[in-house]
Write a protein that binds this ligand. Sequence first.
Ligand SMILES: [Mg+2]
Length: 327
Amino acid sequence: MTSSGSNRLGEFEAIAKLFAPLAAKEPGALSLTDDAAILDLPFDEDLVVTVDALIEGVHFLRDDPPATIAKKSLRVNLSDLAAKGATPRAYLLSLSLASWVGDDWLTQFARGLGEDQEQYGIALIGGDTTATPGPLTISITALGSIAKGMMIRRSGAVAGDCVFVTGTIGDAGAGLAVLKGGGGTLDKNERAALIARYRIPQPRSALGPRLLYIASAAIDVSDGLIADLAHIAETSGVRIVVEAARVPLSDPFREMFGGDDEAIIRAATAGDDYEIAFTAAASARARIEGLGFPITEIGRVEKGEGVVLLSRDGKALKLSKPGFTHF
Ligand SMILES: [Mg+2]
């Protein structure tokens, strides 16, 4: 772990000590005492790399619990690895610390990372800490591995494929609406369930590697189902048709917004789901069902371009915005 900002160097050394235990299980991390780490991969595997930065006031609020900020920072990256079919191996952490961040915050943040490391079987192998006059910024680079040449790309969908999505869609967006004062008709458990979906994503890490040899294209749903499927459509050079009635909604979401076309548009254009949307040949249906995960077939791939959301009577629904963007 290196640091810069010489006036706070003593402090940064203390931070490095705080994070060193997170590197203990990975010998190649060299206890965060060297300039770089070593990651050993079998000769028949590729390294899959992804990075995401979370910024105070944009992706989280200063008052959010530090452990959940830590988990969200890590898990949005694990979600990207899962969608690519990769198995998570290690991660690097870059912290730009705002002046309000104190020891107590950092201790809880490190605790959150430690808990997730146990859950997902990864370790910290390096990082950097700086002081910033701006907002607290957490950047995590996650490293995964996969059988050589097998990463599931956005570009592999072909006309005739079916479209699938894991879990339920729209819950995190609903959780944010609850935090903003909505959801008056929900009971305590329903409110908690939706807020948890917003605060702590549940990346599909167990499923991702099992989509190898099944999915023709995949993406994690972070900006909204429609917006993310549009990335697959564009990269693959196809048109994706989604049937609104088949978009999976949770019970708390239905309780809050109902299940009509307007509610489905809300769900399909909300962000932060961290489910996996993927395409696969129709012949893969039985294998997909056999995986034992909550996966719903929601549409089909055709020749053409763009994404269409079809209402029950077969009309294309108008979308004012395809998804949530953090910019
Ligand atoms: Mg992504």
